[in-house]
Design a protein around this ligand. Structure first.
Ligand code: NCD
Length: 316
C-alpha cells in the first residue's frame, strides 16, 4: 500500500497517529497504526477542543463518481470541522458526460489547489491510479467492490467506544459480501484489532478466499447469530449485479434478513450495525434498524470524527 509513515508533530496530549500521504485501503495496516488513528479520532468528537486551525485556508476536494449520502456529507463536515473549504464535485453535471478521462478530471481538480482529494469510483483501484498521478493526498471513499477504508475505521471506532477493545469479540457480517467494499475493509480492520470475523450470506454472494483472509464462513444465519457480539448487515447491491444472484429479495429476507424474531436470539448487549443505505425490509427489518440494539446513527456520527482524523493525518 503506497503509504509513508513519518514523524509529525501533533497537538500535545494526544497519541500521534502515523502520518499518511494517501489512505487507499486497510489491508496491510498494523494494529498499532489502526489504534493510533482511532485514538486520534477521539480528539475530534463533539465537545473536543477546536480544531479549525488545522486546515484553515486549505481546500479539500470531494470527487464522487458514484452516488453517496453519508460518506460525502461526512467528509464535507469533517473538512469543515478542520477549517477547510470544500469543493464538492460529482459526476452528474460534469464533463465526464463529454468523455473526459478519470485522470484528466483528477488532474484538473488538483490544479485548483486542494490539499486532499477524497474520491469514490465504481472501478476498483481507481484511487490508486489517481494517487500515482497527483501530488496531493488521495483518500479512498469507496472503490468498486474493493475497499472502503474510512467506513471500516468508523465501524471499528464505534465498536471500541462500546467495548473498549475488540479482542475476543465476534463480529458477524451478513449479506452481499461479494460486492461489498465495506465487508473487505472491515475484515482487514476487525481482524487486525483482535476480533473474530464471521461472514454469512447466500453462497452466490460469498466470494472465494474469505477463509484465507481469516474469516469464518457460514451460510446459516440462525446457527451463528447467538454467538455474535455485533451483527453488521450489508445491503444487497443490485446495481453491481450483472447476473441474477438471488431468486428474490423476499427469499433473501426470509433466509438472511435480520428481523425482530432473529434479533431476540442475539446475545444480551449485542449490537446491530449497517453502513447504509438500508434496504428496509430486505436485509434489516425497520423495527430492528430503529431498535434498541441499533448503533447505525452512532456509526454516522462517529464517521465525522474519524474522517477528521483521516484528513488530519493525510495532510500533515
Ligand atoms: C456503502 C458503500 O457505498 O460502499 N455505503 C457507505 O458508504 N456507507 C455500502 C452500500 O452502498 O451498500
Amino acid at each position: 500500500m503506497p503509504r509513508t509513515t513519518l514523524d509529525v508533530p501533533h497537538a500535545p496530549g494526544y497519541a500521534a497517529p502515523p502520518a499518511m500521504r494517501h489512505l487507499l485501503g486497510i489491508e496491510g495496516w498494523r494494529r498499532d497504526e489502526l489504534e493510533s488513528l482511532l485514538d486520534r479520532a477521539k480528539a475530534h468528537l463533539p465537545g473536543a477542543p477546536d480544531t479549525t486551525h488545522l486546515l484553515r485556508g486549505k481546500v479539500v476536494a470531494n470527487l464522487f463518481f458514484e452516488d453517496s449520502t453519508r460518506t460525502r456529507t461526512s467528509f464535507h463536515m469533517a473538512a469543515k470541522g478542520l477549517g477547510a473549504s470544500v469543493l464538492n464535485w460529482t459526476h452528474t453535471g460534469s464533463s465526464v458526460s463529454k468523455g473526459e478521462t478519470l485522470l484528466d478530471t483528477a488532474r484538473n481538480i488538483e490544479a485548483t489547489g486542494p490539499v486532499a482529494i477524497v474520491m469514490r469510483h465504481r472501478s476498483s483501484g481507481a484511487p490508486h491510479l489517481v494517487a500515482k498521478h497527483v501530488k496531493c493526498a488521495v483518500i479512498n471513499a469507496g472503490d468498486g467492490t474493493h475497499e472502503h477504508p474510512s467506513q471500516a475505521l468508523l465501524d471499528a471506532f464505534t465498536l471500541r467506544q462500546r467495548w473498549g477493545s475488540l479482542d475476543g469479540r465476534t463480529v458477524l457480517i451478513v449479506g452481499d459480501v461479494l460486492h461489498s467494499r465495506v465487508a473487505r475493509s472491515n475484515l482487514h480492520c476487525l481482524k487486525a484489532l483482535g476480533a473474530q470475523v464471521v461472514m454469512c450470506g447466500p453462497p452466490t454472494l460469498m466470494p472465494p478466499g474469505l477463509e484465507s483472509l481469516g474469516a469464518e464462513v457460514t451460510y446459516n444465519l440462525d446457527a451463528v447469530l447467538p454467538r455474535a457480539d455485533a451483527v453488521m448487515c450489508l445491503r444487497v447491491q443490485l446495481e453491481r449485479q450483472e447476473q441474477a444472484f438471488l431468486p428474490s429479495t423476499r427469499e433473501y429476507a426470509r433466509l438472511f434478513g435480520l428481523n425482530a424474531a432473529r434479533e431476540e436470539r442475539m446475545k444480551a448487549g449485542a449490537v446491530v450495525m449497517h453502513p447504509g443505505p438500508i434496504n428496509r425490509g430486505v436485509e434489516l427489518a425497520p423495527a430492528v434498524a430503529d431498535g434498541a440494539r441499533s448503533v447505525i446513527l452512532e456509526q454516522v456520527s462517529n464517521g465525522v470524527a474519524v474522517r477528521r482524523a483521516i484528513l488530519e493525518v493525510c495532510t500533515a
